[in-house]
Structures are given as structure tokens and as C-alpha cells.
Design a binder for this molecule. Structure first.
Ligand code: GLY
Ligand code: MN
Ligand code: MN
Length: 511
């Protein structure tokens, strides 16, 4: 038996306004022809363009050439991406896809909906003697005689300011720039079973991907999109001179943020959510001096430090405890630092805190000692773990010897450090994440690689395996490292990391 469950009190309303249209119900914007003619006229000349060539533009052509060599004859589509909705009609601040930023040199909020295309040409006939010609397709600033000018809250000049013109972006990037309306035809040109294959970076922009899929219906071969994503990730394994400069800048600005945090520790101790005082101090600094934070700040006081990704940051900050701060400023070019310091809240380590801290520091130093050209990436972690396992054995915490624990089949010491020791760092905090294992963990270290060294020890407060004095202590020390021709440089060395140096530095800042 079927039943009509429509309540009599709510009859269907065939002429009801669709939900999708109701967002405009609060708007009282006039739309009469007289008003439109009025608001789109009477404006002065726009000022001359202030666009200048970006310093990154001198480096991006060789990055694109290196990619070109791996995809001869194929058309490569690298979208910047579009806005992401935070809720309802509110977007997150736009950040371009990292591969797009790397190949164009564009940063900050540049440029929603843009698409970089590397068009295949005869080998050697392309940009920089490569087999591809780069074209940037963008949605440029609309004229003041358009609806967009005053009525489009995402793109309109009245709402978000004057966006760049095609000429501006060509000047900034040094890349041929065309209107986004030309994209579809440009992608479809010469595509076919015997013609050009089109590859698109997966997950960057679903609208662009849909266009590519439609065009690819005419192709014979399957897409090699994953190969493109992998190549773009591996392209960033070795940083060029500009990238290294930007990494050092990101680290330097981050260090300034740690200085501000220490100065605010007395305020943090007075606040019931002192961890938020720390986070807020750093986030404000990052927005003021850079683009943003490169990842959510971890401000973990006391036992919270044993939760590896503690980003709630809603706890108190108490004298006598440690506070673990893992924070990085992303500068305008989008390169980010990733630095951790574990500090005594009142400026002085207790004996047991210092013991744990020193073990982590010794593990970090052992990792630094092997991080030289010719070593393998995986040797860094092994060196740190050698120290950690022996120290835990010395303290009587392991049920086996250190050597037995270090056996890949046992690993008892990892109970207190479940994360890895190092990851590549750059435009993404976990940069080069799609690189093949032979180019990452099993790779031989080369000059220009930038990565973290970040051992830690974390004793949870309910860990019955360890003596009570260790419980609730979490320590991580994280530095950002550049491999050079004859060793390495600790880019974050200016931030104190020895316990005595930390106490002296804090005393100076807190006096
Ligand atoms: N801050 C994230 C990490 O250290 O990998
Ligand atoms: Mn890290
Ligand atoms: Mn970190």
C-alpha cells in the first residue's frame, strides 16, 4: 500500500523560487537601465600599469624547459585552480596550485581561474630552446562598462579591486598571455588519434578538467595525467637560487615570529586559552610580514605537545611546563618555513625536561652530520633513530636492547616518535609529495635540496610504560636544511636550539 506523506499544511508550490537563487534575496542593488548606464559611466582614466617583471620570472623558463623534455609532443595543462567555498557564499582566500605557482612565478592570490598551457612545438623551436611554448590564459580585469565591474562580488572591481590586465600579467611573468575565453579552442587544436595528446594536472580545477576530458574523447591514447603530477612534484626536489633565497626569507620571517611569541608568553600565561595567544601572535605576524601561515600553527603546551598535530590550541600555558610551537610563515612567493621549538614556559628547563630535550637535540645533530651530498635521504632518519633508541635504552625504557629495537621488524623506540624525521620543504610544507620513492627516500642527497630535520620524543600522560617523571612531556626540534656542495646549511640556525642558548635568549626577551 502506498501512502501520500505530503502534509496537507505544506502544499507543493510550483512557482516557488529555486533555492539556488535565494542568496540574492537580501540584495537591494538597483538594476534599471538608467542605473546601469549611470554606474558604468563617468570614471576617470585608469592609472598607468604599475606591473613590473617578477624576480621569479628569470627562473621559471628553465623550470618549464626541464618539464618540456619529459613530455615531447604533448600539451600540458596546469591550472591555478578556482575559489574554494568555505561556507554558503563565503570563499577561502585564493591560493594558486603549487605547480602553477612554480611554473609561472605567480604567488599570493594570483590568479583565480588562470591556466598555464605548454603547447608542443617542434623540438628546440619552443621557449628557451625547448619543445613547448607557454601561454597563460587568464580572466583579465573587466571594463567599467560591464556588469562584472559593479555587480560581481567574486571578480568585480567594486568588490575585490582592479585585477590585472592581460598586459600586466605578461609583464609580470614574461609568459605570453591570452584571454581565458580562448582556452577551449587552444586546448582542442590538433587533438586526435594521430595528433596531440592533452595532459592535465589532476585535482587542480574541475571545470578545466571537464573541458580536457571532453576534448580527449577524440584521443586514442589514455591520459598520462598522473605522470604529469609526478613530474611537477619531482621538478621541485632541487631548488634554484631564487627558491633558496625565498626559503631563507621565509625562515627569517618565521624566526621573527618566534621572537614575538616569546615576548607574549607572560600574556599567554594569563589567558585561559593561552595557546591561542601564541597562535594568534604568529598568525598575525605571518599576515603582516608574509602571505599567511604555510600550515596550521601548532601551539601545544604541557601534555598537548604529545599530540603531534595539536591545532585546537585552546589550552592554558602554565609555568613549569614546556610549550611546543611548530609554525611557519609562507612569504608572498608562497615558499614556507617549517620550524619547531620546544620552550620552557617560564624560561628555565627542569632537569627531566632538559634530559629529554638534550636527547632530541643530539638526535637532530646526528641527522645533520649525515645530511651531506652523496648520503641517502633515508640515512637522515636512521641517524636520528640510532640516538633516540640508545638514549631510551639508557633510561631503561625499552624492553629490548637499542640494537634489537633498531631492527626494522621491532622498532620499540618508535612508540615515542611515530613520525618521520625529514620531509622536503618548499612551496608546499610537505613539498614534492608525489615524487617516486627512488627520488625521495632512496634518493642520494644533492645540492639544492631543502628539507626539515625534526626528531622528537613524546611521552603521553597515561603512558604506563614510562616512569611518572617523563609523562606529559613532548619535545620536537625542527630546523630547515639546505644541502650544499660540501655539506649543509641550517637555514634556521639563528633561532636558538641548545638548551642553555634558549634560556639565555628567553631571559633576554622576557626581562
Ligand atoms: N608542521 C608540519 C610538519 O612538521 O611536518
Ligand atoms: Mn615538518
Ligand atoms: Mn613542523
Amino acid at each position: 500500500m502506498s501512502q501520500d506523506v505530503t502534509p496537507e499544511t505544506s502544499p507543493a508550490e510550483p512557482d516557488a523560487q529555486p533555492l539556488a537563487d535565494r542568496g540574492s534575496n537580501r540584495a537591494q542593488r538597483p538594476g534599471s537601465p538608467e542605473f546601469v548606464a549611470w554606474i558604468t559611466s563617468g570614471w576617470g582614466e585608469r592609472p598607468a600599469s604599475s606591473a613590473t617583471r617578477s624576480p621569479a620570472a628569470d627562473h621559471t623558463a628553465s623550470r618549464r624547459s626541464a618539464l618540456s623534455g619529459q613530455f615531447s609532443g604533448e600539451r600540458l595543462v596546469v591550472p591555478a585552480g578556482t575559489f574554494k567555498v568555505r561556507s554558503n557564499d563565503t570563499d577561502y582566500r585564493f591560493r594558486p596550485h603549487s605547480a602553477f605557482a612554480h611554473l609561472t612565478g605567480l604567488g599570493v592570490e594570483q590568479e583565480p581561474d588562470a591556466v598555464l598551457v605548454l603547447h608542443p612545438v617542434e623540438d628546440g623551436a619552443g621557449d628557451d630552446g625547448s619543445g613547448h611554448h607557454a601561454v597563460l590564459y587568464v580572466r583579465p580585469l573587466a571594463g567599467r562598462d560591464t556588469d562584472e565591474f559593479f555587480s560581481d562580488s567574486r571578480y568585480g572591481e567594486f568588490w575585490v579591486g582592479a585585477r590585472p590586465t592581460l598586459e600586466d600579467l605578461e609583464t609580470t611573468t614574461g609568459i605570453t598571455t591570452r584571454h581565458i575565453d580562448d582556452l577551449r579552442d587552444a586546448l582542442a587544436k590538433d587533438v586526435g588519434p594521430d595528433g596531440v595528446q592533452v595532459l592535465v594536472v589532476p585535482g587542480a580545477d574541475e571545470t578545466v578538467e571537464a573541458v580536457v576530458e571532453e576534448i580527449r574523447a577524440a584521443e586514442a591514447a589514455g591520459a598520462r595525467d598522473e605522470k604529469l603530477a609526478e613530474a611537477l612534484s619531482e621538478l621541485r626536489l632541487i631548488k634554484d637560487a631564487y627558491e633558496i633565497e625565498q626559503m631563507q626569507l621565509a625562515v627569517d620571517v618565521t624566526i621573527e615570529g618566534f621572537v614575538k611569541i616569546v615576548s607574549r608568553l607572560p600574556v599567554a600565561q594569563e589567558h585561559e586559552r593561552g595557546e591561542r595567544v601564541i597562535e594568534g601572535t604568529f598568525v598575525g605576524h605571518a599576515r603582516q610580514e608574509g602571505n599567511a601561515v604555510g600550515y596550521e600553527t601548532i601551539a601545544a603546551a604541557g601534555e598537548h605537545a604529545t599530540t603531534l598535530h595539536w591545532i585546537d590550541n585552546d589550552g592554558p600555558v602554565r609555568a613549569g611546563e614546556l610549550v611546543l610551537i611548530d609554525a611557519g610563515v609562507e612569504v608572498d612567493s608562497l615558499y614556507t618555513a617549517d620550524v619547531t621549538r620546544t620552550l620552557p614556559v617560564d624560561g628555565t628547563f627542569t632537569e627531566v625536561q632538559r634530559r629529554v630535550y638534550q636527547a632530541v637535540l643530539d638526535a637532530a645533530d646526528a641527522a645533520f652530520a649525515v645530511a651531506v651530498p652523496g648520503a641517502r635521504f633515508r640515512d637522515i632518519h636512521a641517524a636520528a633513530m640510532e640516538v633516540i633508541a640508545h638514549r631510551l635504552a639508557d633510561w631503561g625504557l625499552l624492553p629490548v636492547t637499542a640494537e634489537e629495537a633498531l631492527d626494522p621488524e621491532k622498532q620499540h623506540h618508535r612508540r615515542w616518535m611515530v613520525h618521520g624525521t625529514s620531509h622536503h620543504l618548499g612551496i608546499d610544507v610537505h613539498d614534492c609529495a608525489l615524487a617516486r620513492s627512488e627520488h625521495y627516500l632512496d634518493a642520494v642527497l644533492e645540492p639544492g635540496m631543502v628539507f626539515t630535520i625534526e626528531p622528537g620524543l613524546y611521552f603521553k600522560s597515561d603512558d604506563l610504560v614510562v616512569p611518572a617523571e617523563y609523562r606529559g612531556i613532548g619535545v620536537r626540534i625542527e630546523d630547515d636544511v639546505l644541502i650544499t656542495a660540501d655539506g649543509n646549511v641550517n637555514l634556521s640556525a639563528a633561532l636558538p636550539r641548545e638548551p642553555d642558548a634558549i634560556e639565555a635568549w628567553m631571559a633576554d626577551l622576557l626581562q
